[in-house]
Design a binder for this molecule. Structure first.
Ligand code: HEM
Length: 128
């Protein structure tokens, strides 16, 4: 297995996931009909599925696992929050204020996950 290739796929998915998430939030705030385009409902799920698949492949490849290695546990917990907040932003949020707050919070969680990935530390600021 070519781990470097998988890592590149993972990072490409990370960038695509964030770009789509950001764009959907902008459309939400603008009240744009573009948010209801068919591809906008499908592509983010495809990207996130590939993100997770590449994450699992990488973890197996470097023999480090969530539940064993704290930084990977932190990434999985972060991913669950990212997904949950995304669902609040785009599906279940009752008010626009709640939706936008969830959208902003999800982005903070996203950057936390990136910082954990770069430092291999669940408390990335302590690694500086
Ligand atoms: C939104 C979710 C995620 C983001 C933003 C993200 C981000 C990243 C980034 C930026 C890297 C490259 C780090 C570097 O260049 O050294 C990376 C690598 C990696 N990620 Fe993720 N990731 C996410 C989800 C996950 C999950 C859930 C897992 C857990 C299985 C995971 C496992 C890994 C592994 C094992 C590596 C390779 C680390 C290495 O080779 O040193 N990722 N991730």
């Amino acid at each position: 297995m070519n781990l470097l290739l998988v890592k590149n796929i993972h990072i490409t998915c990370v960038a695509s996931s964030y770009t789509l998430f950001f764009l959907r939030g902008v459309w939400l705030i603008q009240g744009s009909p573009r948010l209801r385009q068919r591809w906008v409902k499908i592509v983010p799920h495809m990207v996130d599925t590939l993100l997770l698949a590449s994450a699992i492949t990488l973890a197996i490849g470097i023999r480090q696992y969530p539940g064993v290695d704290a930084w990977l546990t932190a990434k999985v917990v972060g991913l669950l929050f990212y997904i949950g907040l995304g669902m609040m932003a785009f599906r279940f949020g009752k008010t626009m204020r709640a939706r936008i707050s969830a959208w902003v919070a999800a982005q903070l969680v996203f950057f936390y996950i990136v910082a954990v990935a770069l430092t291999h530390n669940p408390l990335p600021l302590s690694a500086l």
